[in-house]
Every structure is written in structure tokens, then in C-alpha cells.
Ligand binder design. Structure first.
Ligand code: 3PY
Ligand code: MG
Length: 264
């Protein structure tokens, strides 16, 4: 079997518009529903959600038959954890809270085999390598791995140009919730200062030739951020979709008004 191409990475390089969803329910069963829903990409969240390499593996397996690209967001920059997700078959990783170029360089090293990096080698134990079934997996792996770093703090914004200059960083994704908190506007990602910072960051990322991404839930804002330079966006999360649909349904069968959706 030949090395599977990383379609998400190819499309990032071509500047193609890709729409995705955060997946936090930590269930291979609901993952399969989402995998067939029509998104370009889904990111399995193991930063905030109760996921681990075993539960992420089950979700990667559930989504595999569907035409959707899978990303994994690890809880930390730990190279040992990164190695497990890559071996489980994640080709694209979304790393949270990348604040400076040195962190970005260490992440590039974590996702690559030597001599460019430090990823440990055990193709016989790796689903990604089809347990040696993929021809020359270890020789092709570095080229197919896609590294997306999240810039979502004041420090990250200050160091954005240096982060963008790191070879091996394929894209930068802005996290509005953490960025708002870091800029002194906890819980208010729509604050004008946060919006302005996101707009400026997207333009800088796009001007650098790397792909820019952002989390956004309003269609109008998605169009606006696309005009600012974003080429891939997350438009929500499975937890929020389930909750809002459930609250709406429950409310529609009561006399009183339905509980309003939470802001975050
Ligand atoms: C954030 O908003 O902080 C995220 O990490 C996801 O968008
Ligand atoms: Mg965040």
C-alpha cells in the first residue's frame, strides 16, 4: 500500500477554502455521524475534552471510511504524546498555545523523524504505517505530516512573524477564546480589540504565504475573516450543536421560553 496523501495539507497549500468542526464528545459513534455530515475537516479535541490516545484512535478508525480530513489537537506539546497520535494515524496536528518561535521549532522536531526531528521510530507498532504495510512509511512520513500551530495569546501575537518564519509550520490557527482572555477580555471574543487583533493576525499569516485559520460561528464573520486572509475555519463544535438542539427541542415542548444558548 502506498503512503496516503494528506489532502488537508495539499488544500492548505493550494489556498482552498476548508470548513471544519471541533469534535469534543469523545465518542467514536457520534464521530461517525459527523464524518458523513459534509465537513472538509474535523478536529478531535484532546486539549479540553476527555480524550486520550485510545479514544482518539477509536474516532480515527470510525471516520476513516468517510471523505473527511481528521486533525487531532493534543493537550500539550509533549513529544511523547505527539508521537502516539502520529502513530495512531493522525497526519495533521493542531497544537494549542504556541507562544514563540522556539516552541514552534520544538514542535516541528516532535512531528518529524530524524535527522530533521526526534519522532521515535516503530513502524511495526504504528497504525499510521499500517504496521509496515505502507511501503517506505518512515521515508514519506515527514512530507505528509501537517503542523498547525495555534496563536492565541498576546505573547503569541507579538511573536507571530517569528513563528511564521519557522520552516515546518504549515499553518497558524487563531483561537479567539484564549486570545480574548489573554488580551483582558475573558469570555468576550467579540470585543472590538479581539476582532481587530484577529483581523491583523490573519492578514499577516496570509501575507507570509502560510495558511491562516480561525474559529468562528457566525456566517457573516466567516466571510469577513475569509476576506482578511483565512482559508480554513472551524464553524462550531459537536458539543454545542447537541446542546443547542437539545435545549431548543426541550423548550419547544414547554409553555415557558427555551433557555437561551450559552455564549461559549
Ligand atoms: C480558542 O478559541 O481558544 C480555541 O482554541 C479554539 O478556537
Ligand atoms: Mg484555545
Amino acid at each position: 500500500m502506498d503512503m496516503p496523501k494528506n489532502i488537508f495539507k495539499q488544500k492548505l497549500r493550494q489556498g482552498q477554502w476548508q470548513v471544519g468542526l471541533f469534535v469534543g464528545l469523545a465518542s467514536s459513534y457520534s464521530m461517525e455521524i459527523l464524518a458523513g455530515a459534509g465537513f472538509d475537516w474535523l478536529v478531535i479535541d484532546a486539549e479540553h475534552s476527555p480524550n486520550n490516545p485510545a479514544s482518539v484512535l477509536a474516532q480515527l478508525q470510525a471516520a476513516a471510511p468517510y471523505p473527511v480530513q481528521l486533525l487531532v489537537r493534543p493537550m500539550s506539546h509533549d513529544p511523547a504524546l505527539i508521537k502516539q497520535y502520529l502513530d495512531a494515524g493522525a497526519q495533521t496536528l493542531l497544537l494549542p498555545l504556541v507562544d514563540d518561535a522556539e516552541q514552534a521549532r520544538q514542535l516541528v522536531r516532535a512531528v518529524r523523524y530524524p535527522p530533521e526531528g526526534i519522532r521515535g521510530v516503530a513502524a511495526s507498532l504504528a497504525r499510521a504505517a499500517q504496521w509496515t504495510g505502507i511501503k517506505d512509511y518512515v521515508k514519506h512520513a515527514n512530507a505528509e505530516v501537517c503542523l498547525v500551530v495555534q496563536v492565541e495569546t498576546r505573547q503569541g501575537l507579538e511573536n507571530l512573524d517569528a513563528i511564521l518564519a519557522v520552516d515546518g509550520v504549515d499553518a497558524v490557527f487563531i483561537g479567539p477564546a484564549d486570545l480574548a482572555a489573554s488580551l483582558g477580555h475573558l469570555g468576550d471574543a467579540g470585543h472590538p480589540e479581539v476582532r481587530a487583533a484577529i483581523e491583523a493576525a490573519l492578514a499577516r499569516i496570509a501575507a507570509s504565504g502560510k495558511a491562516a485559520g480561525v474559529f468562528v460561528t457566525e456566517p457573516g464573520l466567516a466571510r469577513h475573516y475569509r476576506n482578511c486572509g483565512a482559508s480554513f475555519i472551524a464553524v462550531g463544535g459537536d458539543t454545542t450543536l447537541l446542546r443547542s438542539a437539545a435545549v431548543k427541542l426541550a423548550g419547544s415542548f414547554r409553555d415557558g421560553k427555551a433557555e437561551p444558548d450559552a455564549a461559549n
